[in-house]
Design a protein around this ligand. Structure first.
Ligand code: G3H
Ligand code: 13P
Ligand code: ZN
Length: 328
């Protein structure tokens, strides 16, 4: 059944768990997420970016999500729009039947230029007024995602700031967060704590100076009733990097957010955990390996099945690690 983000995160807060929000673009990702949720009896958040809508086309995407809800009617599903760049983009998603939208007013409408606080409040307020009138939840963002090591936003082709970001922009200020939530009435708040989008988050396994779980604690202490969202939460599994590189890929040494750090976040108010890159890495590794080991195969279902299995294993693991198991 389709439910709103607010409904799910209220339940998660009452029961001390976090929910992975996986990005979807295609059938294989959708099946991997739903099969994992079915197996572990977990609630689901699927999210579609602007890039997903461009790739699959809005009608296909909508029916893909509706099909999942029809095939697994006993699983609660939040259909969320990831990184909306304007109230108009959010409005279009509400029209399409999404039960939750993100208005990312930390960046201007180009999705690249860091925006000021007043702009962010204005566009988020507008979105909340519209969405709440339709029973749709809103996630806002305060602070900019990016590396505390380099000041870069990361993520070559996706959403993310352009140019260098200051230390202040890279860590959400707890006092400003309290003001922002009071002014906008968002249902969930994405915060910046040193994570960034994509595979290149950290050049070494992260320590407290470059991944600040302490900042999450400070924000949670200031606004204990606000559901926090952690973007850029892929763990970048070393075993998948190895498989990709073993079978012809070339991905340089890089590190993501360890699952234990996410669990620490969940103890401190993080309720939604955004993951895209890990499923991309797993599916690429599985397909590279399958094709290398089955050189005469030309049936796409075979290598796509390998990709689905690899993604499903990651989804199951995250549902278990974040405490979702049995919560559907
Ligand atoms: O927010 C970033 C997600 O990984 C979505 O990426 O814009 O390439 O679909 P995308
Ligand atoms: P990753 O790139 O770490 O998977 O983050 C995805 C994300 O934050 C989508 O909004
Ligand atoms: Zn994100």
């Amino acid at each position: 059944a389709l439910i709103s983000l607010r409904q799910l995160l209220d339940h998660a807060a009452e029961n001390d768990y976090g929910v992975p929000a996986f990005n979807v673009n295609n059938l294989e990702q959708m099946r991997a997420i739903m099969q994992a949720a079915d197996k572990t009896n977990s609630p689901v958040i699927v999210q579609a970016s602007a890039g997903a809508r461009k790739y699959a086309g809005a009608p296909f995407l909508r029916h893909l999500i509706e099909s999942a809800i029809e095939e697994w009617p006993h699983i609660p599903v939040v259909v969320h729009q990831d990184h909306g760049t304007s109230p108009a983009v959010c409005q279009r998603s509400i029209q399409l039947g999404f039960s939750s939208v993100m208005m990312d007013g930390s960046l201007k409408e180009d999705g690249k230029t860091p925006a000021d606080y007043d702009y962010n409040v204005r566009v988020t307020q507008q979105t909340v007024a519209m969405a709440h009138a339709c029973g749709v939840s809103v996630e806002g963002e305060l602070g900019c995602l990016g590396s505390l090591e380099t000041g870069e936003a990361g993520e070559e082709d996706g959403v993310g700031a352009e140019g260098k970001l200051s230390h202040d922009q890279l860590l959400t200020d707890p006092e400003e967060a309290a003001q922002f939530v009071a002014a906008t009435q968002v249902d969930a708040l994405a915060i910046a704590c040193g994570t960034s989008h994509g595979a290149y988050k950290f050049t070494r396994p992260p320590t407290g100076d470059i991944l600040s779980i302490d900042r999450i604690k400070e924000i949670h202490r200031r606004i204990p009733n606000t559901h926090l969202v952690m973007h850029g939460s892929s763990s970048v599994p070393q075993e998948w990097l190895k498989i990709i590189n073993e079978f012809g890929g070339e991905i340089p040494e890089t590190y993501g957010v360890p699952v234990e750090q996410i669990q620490e976040g969940i103890k401190n108010g993080v309720r939604k955990v955004n993951i895209d890159t890990d499923l991309r890495l797993a599916s690429t590794g599985a397909i590279r390996r399958h094709l290398a080991e089955n050189t005469s195969n030309f049936d796409p279902r075979k290598y796509l099945q390998a990709a689905t299995d690899a993604m499903q294993a990651i989804c199951e693991h995250r549902y278990q690690a974040f405490g979702c198991e049995g919560q559907a």
